[in-house]
Unconditional design. Structure first.
Length: 147
């Protein structure tokens, strides 16, 4: 197991009263998070924010599972309502499938790729690129389908 991909060294400005740590649940994190001088506060129900209030940036997460067979889930966040396009490309840059092409609301979104192309046939085993275009945000990640 490679812990390097999960290692994040954060410099916290002096006088900072709080720091939010978020572990992505689709990564099925197992392990220990160490914090020095940790202060935990219990909030009343009125102090709890809705999930939509927490999202401040566009994020494209690594698909899960990866490698996959026959399907995988792609999760992403939108800080505001945006026109979203998510497409799958083969390693040569040819479009294989359009998963999303619509206006979506702020929040956490998930879309499943069933391994099929735009014609409805199963794509071949191999490495694929998935790309999100949302507002000014564009990002791509790799995934592997194994049959």
């Amino acid at each position: 197991f490679d812990w390097k991909q999960f290692y994040v060294d954060v410099t916290v400005p002096e006088g900072t009263k709080s720091l939010s740590v978020r572990l992505h649940p689709l990564g099925k994190f197992k392990g220990t998070v160490y914090c020095d001088l940790l202060e935990v506060k219990k909030l009343d129900a009125t102090g709890v924010k809705h999930n939509e209030d927490i999202i401040t940036q566009y994020t494209l997460f690594q698909n899960y599972p990866n490698p996959f067979n026959p399907s995988t889930m792609i999760t992403y966040t939108l800080p505001k309502q945006s026109l979203v396009s998510i497409k799958i490309y083969d390693i040569l840059g040819r479009e294989i499938r359009t998963l999303v092409n619509t206006e979506q609301t702020q929040g956490v979104h998930k879309v499943e790729w069933d391994g099929k192309n735009n014609s409805g046939s199963m794509a071949a085993s191999g490495t694929y690129i998935y790309r999100i275009d949302a507002g000014d945000f564009v990002q791509s990640k790799k995934m592997v389908m194994i049959k």
